[in-house]
Design a protein. Structure first.
Length: 339
């Protein structure tokens, strides 16, 4: 099958990047992390000096309600500087960003200007919110997560909202597994240690701290979020909205495989789920002319499997070998790095 794509990554530990290609994730799109180490690793991987996935990124997360945060966020303050939006988006492009991610929304008109400026420069735009009419009019390309915006789009997605996504060609990256994984790990802290293939690639336990520390009430709330995210994903898919795979899980490299299982649990067929992680994800990324399907002239990102994923979506983990950009990945060497 084509190489898998994670549209919602955060590269807080760039040294973990080689792990992803071991598990067939050949492209990631970073949605906000310290840019200097990310770009350094991206360039090293692109040169062939280090194995790893192809890395796309937005660089900054754009805010309209505070000046900065600890995730490389960049606040926009047009009241003090009318040219701030233009210069900020241009700076992201100068640092090599392919898209902008708008994170918070004090004023919808400001976010709409961010989107318009990104498009003017040939970049794409995504955000936690996408359905408010100023953003739709500005041409928002995609939405991150089910919910995580404002009340009307959080708990439930109504039919008029679904129709708006479809008519405006707004793709959705549900990140169902982000909610589900936290619950399962909290309920069963030994979960990851029991995965023999994954175990050598696990970072220190402290990296999972907040998931392990969920209270019973929080765990119940996140369980409900998982169920609602599945229901909403199914409604969006049946209505013809483009669905792509993203995880928001940076600690482990198998998030896309878990998201595939969540998409099938939501009602997609295994083939439809795989399409969300390949062809559809490449289209959301704006790279469908190069990635996402197996065709003459495209970059050869391939995952060779020992079992049929259409019979059981869990078989996407049954990997015999991986090819990225026409070169076989030395998975044995990646495994030795962990010894």
């Amino acid at each position: 099958m084509p190489g898998l794509i994670d549209l919602h990554a955060h590269t807080y530990r760039p040294d973990l990047l080689p792990n992803f290609v071991y598990f067939g994730v050949t492209t990631i799109r970073d949605q906000g992390s310290p840019m200097a180490p990310l770009v350094a690793y991206r360039d090293t991987i692109a040169s062939g000096a280090l194995a790893g996935p192809r890395v796309a990124y937005g660089g900054f997360q754009f805010y309209s309600d505070w000046p900065f945060d600890d995730e490389q966020g960049r606040g926009i303050e047009p009241e003090a500087d009318a040219d701030h939006i233009r210069r900020s988006v241009a700076l992201a492009l100068a640092f090599g960003a392919q898209h902008v991610k708008t994170r918070t929304f004090r004023r919808w008109d400001l976010n709409a200007k961010m989107i318009s400026e990104a498009h003017r420069l040939g970049m794409r735009a995504t955000g936690h919110c996408s359905h408010l009419l100023p953003l739709v009019a500005a041409g928002m390309d995609a939405k991150e997560h089910i919910g995580v915006c404002e009340p009307r789009g959080d708990r439930y997605i109504y039919d008029d909202l679904i129709q708006l996504f479809r008519a405006a060609h707004v793709a959705v990256v549900p990140t169902i597994t982000y909610f589900d994984f936290a619950v399962r790990l909290n309920e069963h802290p030994a979960l990851l240690d029991e995965d023999a293939e994954l175990k050598p690639f696990l970072p220190e336990r402290k990296n999972f701290g907040w998931m392990l520390d969920l209270t019973p009430a929080e765990r119940e709330s996140w369980t409900e979020e998982t169920l609602r995210a599945r229901e909403a994903t199914a409604k969006l898919w049946r209505s013809g909205v483009t669905i792509g795979t993203g995880t928001d899980i940076w600690q482990i490299p198998i998030g896309v495989h878990m998201e595939l299982q969540q998409l099938v649990a939501a009602g997609l067929t295994p083939l439809e789920a795989i399409h969300a992680a390949t062809g559809a994800a490449a289209r959301i990324l704006g790279a469908d002319k190069e990635l996402g399907t197996i065709e003459v002239g495209k970059w050869a990102d391939l995952v060779f499997l020992d079992a049929d994923p259409l019979a059981d979506i869990r078989n996407t983990r049954r990997i015999w070998n991986v090819m990225r950009d026409g070169r076989l990945v030395d998975r044995a060497s990646l495994l030795k790095r962990k010894d």
